[in-house]
Design a protein around this ligand. Sequence first.
Ligand code: GLP
Length: 244
Amino acid sequence: SIYSDSEQASVAVAQQIADLIRQRHGEGRPCVLGLATGSSPTRVYEELVRMHREEGLSFRNVITFNLDEYYPMQPDSLQSYVRFMHEYLFDHVDIPAENIHIPNGTIRQEEVAEYCRRYEADIEEAGGIDLQLLGIGRTGHIGFNEPGSGASSRTRLITLDHITRTDAASDFYGEENVPRRALTMGVGTILEARQIVLMAWGEGKAAVIKRMVEGEPTDSVPATYLQRHPAVQVVLDEAAAAEL
Ligand code: GLP
């Protein structure tokens, strides 16, 4: 779907998520959400907080799994995705703390493989992801699945692309401070979600959106693998859709 601006688009995505939460609640079941960070989903989270405050939307039956986290990263750092999620969403709604899962950027390197297996097992035990929110990086990454990530990749430690570190430089007050690695769900993990909503705003995303939608599926643009998923919505503003 193409909206005239990201505001309208974000409100529509938030409404869709709220409907799913209420539907699952009505069925007496948890609603499992895969969540993303970055600038693209912030208005969605703000709108969900508004719906919690003004419309009584409850998150008591919501279980969340975030896509990724820098590595290493302390949870209280300014740039941590733990901090981001608490600031934009979790601190303002009634989600039980034990329902929140965000990759832990403080685990020791020797523990990474086991930790990543556990993260996947936790998703499975929750019943799988009902709806996965995604942004997209200029490299064609989803989560932090940089070029080279295969369609069946799983949750793991990855080396960040130079372009991604350049794009993150301002958040870290200089590219030299951007971590070189990150923990991320794999492309294969993401593709197992029942429903996927990818959001992109602004002219800076137009070129990668064209490659994602019109290019052949390839490891060099991991977002192209979304073409293989039966229930993906690509939500764009006019600027991000300009090259389609
Ligand atoms: C980071 C995140 C991605 C996100 C991307 C785009 O790299 N790890 O999950 O999709 O940034 O960010 P933005 O939404 O700020 O453009």
